[in-house]
Design a protein around this ligand. Structure first.
Ligand SMILES: Nc1ncnc2c1ncn2[C@@H]1O[C@H](COP(=O)(O)OP(=O)(O)OP(=O)(O)O)[C@@H](O)[C@H]1O
Length: 891
């Protein structure tokens, strides 16, 4: 506790109260000898012989006649001092006098009035928080006893350097309310030592000290300087009778009490006398328990009021004179009261904690959010709006750019291509002269194929009986976009020109329309071209490609490739209309794995169209499509099924029950290839059934052995186990991709599609085994073979494609950010090219995620619901995948 700056030097407030003559005194005719001559003057009326030795009048701060009630005594003789406690000033009210003079009578009233006014003050000051604590003790035979405890054991006095003398283990009750205080006062009264003396049937035989400690602080923290916590105590001291033992006819116990009482009272008198003389010399506070405990109230940091009570009886004149002499000394004693401001860290922390609790409660209440919270929310919303506006602006700018480019290209395309078509239309031989050379780049091939498609339509229409018609606008759109790309992405010297066609789309409706027409023509015997068409797309395609390969004539070869383009378009664009699929008459001819998406590499020739931006084709790797090693005889549908040349063991591991039937199929001749799709469909259906059975079975049955050989059995993990196995399997597949030089786009889509769902393990198992097989085939060859070289070439093609796509798909800021992120130095040349060469070159998850994110941005076709897992060879669980996220981000 720290002292306040202000120190108040003031005298002890001394008043004298003359009680009425009691019944006993009246009975014996023991009349009054005193008269209140004024509010502060007491006059002795007696005629005793010693009168000349004593003054006749006595002046004090206030003199109360027998007619004055206790309320008046309180108001004028104690209130100001008592209520000082509310201002952080210690105070004490003493009642001094002989036995039966009315000390207890007076102090009980003063205590009650003080308490009542203290509570009234608290009620009138709701801005401050008050804590009231109450303790009570008596000093009986120079032993200190706790009046709030049933334990009568004496308490020790301790010297505290900060607080002064403290009573050890003294009970201090925190008051709940005024009623609680009254209860405690009753306890004290019951506990106090009383006994009967000759003068008082219920004489208080001890010194009683009731102590009320008041701590107050502002409820709102206003800063360290402004938010003061005040702490002070007020003592209500009812002293034992000050008479001499002989005068009370004391003997035995009462005599012993008197000697002890007198010791404290004598010391009190000495202290008062010493203090009244100007604090010279030693003040014997420590000579008694009473003066030691009340040291601060006697000339120290306290305001003090002493009420001296007197009996008016003639028989008590001597004791009354002694009381008045005591009062005379007391009124000269000066105290140094000061405001006790508590600024300890503990109090500060306590206050802050209270403030914190209050604010938390405010926040918890609905509708009571502070203004600052609202302001923050508004600020956040404003920022969101700003961001959205910026995004909208960027999108609008991008849209304008694309539209303007499109218009330019349309103009160029319409001029050039109309000339071209006119020439072709009126000069059938010109078509031969423009046949594709054998070593034509894929870029050129793609566009030429598109032109060929248009050209064929025109030629068919130009047959006898057909009127030449203008190509549909839809086809022109395809041409426009093709030219647009050629113009927008001019060849870069260090990037092969042929590599721009890895990811492309097919204009589905147009092509299906064409296909329907072709199918219609194929049924007509009078159409020789259609008569040559094989029964199945796969065979048809192979035949054409074989013809193309074998054809020595460049012109014929060009035609073959053109036909390949037509037949390759057995595949549907991702954004094809489902209703169209339903209406499709020969849906069974569709490759199993590619009902919705098209897949192409070198084995399919593609036309660009306006639907490119909404469709996507997965690029199988060379090992995957076997375009090189198998002389491009593998149909597109096979690319997403198990490799035709997979070891028998692999097949047995995956589908042991199908080995027998597969063996029969493999041994068969012409129908084997045609039935492969159906076989795989059957296998997949069985695997699906197995999976469903597993899901429905008991947990212990989750692991199902798919073969008789346990070492080669296929295990279908339970969902719980799969969650643990998934990351490991994922990482293994990533490493295998890297080792087998798998297509970047394939990796990206696979990575983004399979997110650890329990149905994913089938796909991942298939992928893993497929990759393992390829890896083994690499190793078996001992050194990079043609397949490896082909895979690497495909990868390079993809990188070139991405290199080109970056121009359009990435803003300058995005590119700069990526260069920095991927460690491409600012001063280096061809940074875009460098970036394309870095994608998917590491196997750590961070790099993989970043690569996948970047690639998906380049191709921009990974929209929910467009890419589905059937792309990867299995067609079941369709119902499970609707609406699922394509991200692997949480893996
Ligand atoms: N001012 C007064 N008016 C009416 N009665 C009084 C007054 N003062 C004291 N009395 C009565 O006188 C009696 C003695 O009073 P009290 O017990 O307060 O004396 P005391 O000084 O405390 O005595 P002791 O020292 O023996 O305890 C009580 O019955 C009390 O009611």
């Amino acid at each position: 506790m720290a002292g306040g700056e202000e120190q108040q030097q003031e005298r002890i407030l001394v008043s004298v109260r003359l009680r009425p003559v009691n019944a006993r005194e009246a009975e014996r005719g023991d009349g009054t000898e005193w008269e209140c001559a004024g509010p502060a003057t007491l006059k002795f009326l007696g005629t005793i012989p010693e009168r000349a030795m004593f003054p006749a009048t006595y002046t004090y701060d206030r003199v109360f006649s027998p007619e004055c009630n206790t309320r008046q005594v309180y108001e004028e003789g104690a209130k100001e001092v008592a209520l000082s406690v509310l201002s952080g000033i210690n105070s004490s009210i003493f009642a001094y006098g002989q036995t039966s003079s009315g000390k207890t009578y007076t102090m009980v009233g003063i205590t009650e009035h003080s308490m009542a006014e203290i509570y009234a003050y608290i009620d009138q000051h709701p801005d401050r928080e008050f804590i009231l604590k109450f303790s009570a003790m008596e000093i009986y035979n120079e032993a200190v006893r706790d009046l709030l405890s049933s334990d009568a054991a004496p308490l020790r006095l301790l010297d505290d350097p900060e607080k002064g003398t403290v009573v050890e283990k003294l009970t201090e009750e925190t008051l709940r309310d005024k009623g609680h205080l009254l209860e405690l006062l009753a306890v004290c009264e019951a506990q106090r030592q009383i006994g009967e003396t000759a003068l008082n049937e219920t004489s208080s035989r001890s010194h009683q000290i009731l102590r009320l400690t008041v701590e107050s602080s502002t409820k709102q923290f206003l800063g360290k300087g402004n938010s003061s916590t005040l702490q002070a105590c007020v003592n209500f001291v009812d002293l034992a009778g000050s008479e001499r033992a002989s005068q009370t006819a004391a003997s035995g116990m009462r005599l012993k009490e008197g000697s002890h009482i007198n010791k404290s009272l004598l010391t009190l008198g000495k202290v008062i006398r010493q203090l009244s003389g100007g604090r010279n010399g030693h003040i014997p506070y420590r000579d008694s328990k009473l003066t030691r405990i009340l040291q601060s109230s006697l000339g120290g940091n306290a305001r003090t009021a002493i009420i001296c009570t007197m009996s008016p009886a003639h028989s008590h004149v001597e004791q009354s004179r002694n009381t008045l002499l005591f009062a005379n000394c007391a009124k000269n004693v000066v105290t140094n009261a000061q405001v006790n401001v508590v600024m300890s860290d503990k109090a500060l922390v306590k206050h802050l904690q209270r403030e914190l609790t209050r604010l938390e409660n405010e926040l918890k209440l609905p509708g009571s959010a502070s203004c600052s919270t609202h302001a923050e929310v508004l600020k956040e919303k404003d920022e969101q709006i700003k961001k959205l506006e910026e995004q909208l602006k960027e999108l609008m700018e991008e849209k304008d750019t694309v539209q303007s480019e499109l218009q330019n290209f349309r103009k160029v395309a319409s001029d050039d291509h109309l000339n071209y078509l006119k020439a072709r239309l009126w000069d059938p031989h010109s078509r031969s002269s423009e046949s594709l050379p054998r070593n034509m780049s894929e870029d050129a091939l793609s566009c030429s194929d598109t032109y060929d498609l248009v050209d064929q339509d025109l030629l068919i229409d130009a047959q006898p009986g057909h009127f030449p018609r203008r190509p549909s606008n839809h086809v022109f759109d395809s041409i426009d976009e093709c030219q647009e790309n050629l113009v927008a992405y001019p060849a870069v010297p260090d990037v092969p020109e042929e590599h721009c066609k890895e990811v492309q789309c097919i204009e589905t409706n147009e092509l299906r329309e064409r296909r329907s027409q072709e199918s219609f023509h194929a049924q007509k015997p009078e159409t020789p071209e259609k008569e040559r068409r094989p029964e199945t797309p796969e065979k048809e395609r192979r035949l054409i490609m074989d013809q193309a390969e074998d054809c020595p004539d460049e012109e014929k070869r060009g035609e073959s490739i053109t036909k390949t383009a037509e037949n390759a378009i057995e595949l549907y664009a991702c954004d094809s209309d489902p209703s169209f699929e339903i209406e499709k008459p020969n849906v069974d001819e569709e490759p199993l794995a590619l009902r919705r998406c098209v897949i192409s590499s070198r084995d399919t020739v593609l036309a660009r169209s306006s639907s490119c931006k909404a469709s996507f084709m997965v690029i199988p790797n060379s090992w995957f499509d076997d375009s090189t090693s198998m002389n491009m005889t593998t149909p597109p549908s096979e690319n997403f099924k198990f490799p035709r040349r997979r070891p028998e063991q692999v097949r047995r591991n995956l589908f042991p029950e199908k080995v027998a039937s597969d063996a029969i199929t493999d041994n068969s001749t012409g129908n084997a290839e045609e039935e492969s799709v159906a076989n795989d469909t059957s296998r997949v259906t069985e695997v699906k059934q197995q999976t469903e059975q597993n899901d429905a079975s008991q947990p212990q049955e989750n692991q199902v052995q798919a073969g008789t050989d346990s070492s080669t059995s296929t295990t279908f993990e339970s969902p719980s186990r799969w969650s643990f196995d998934f990351p490991k399997k994922q990482q293994e597949i990533i490493e295998l991709w890297h080792e087998c030089h798998i297509s970047i786009v394939h990796r990206t889509y696979f990575f983004l599609l399979f997110n650890g769902d329990h149905t994913d393990h089938i796909y991942m198992e298939v992928e893993h085994r497929r990759l393992s097989f390829i890896k083994n085939s690499f190793i078996a060859d001992g050194e990079p073979n043609a397949t490896v070289a082909s895979s690497l070439k495909s990868l390079r093609n993809e990188r070139d494609m991405l290199y080109r796509q970056m121009v359009r798909k990435l803003s300058l800021a995005e590119k700069e950010s990526l260069y920095s992120k991927w460690g491409i130095e600012r001063s280096s040349k061809q940074r875009r090219l460098q970036l394309s060469r870095l994608i998917w070159t590491q196997t750590d998850m961070e790099h993989v995620r970043e690569s996948a994110e970047l690639v998906s941005k380049m191709v921009q076709h990974l929209e929910r619901g467009q890419a589905i897992k059937e792309m990867f060879g299995l067609s079941f669980s369709l119902n499970l995948r609707s609406g699922r996220s394509f991200s692997w981000g949480g893996a």
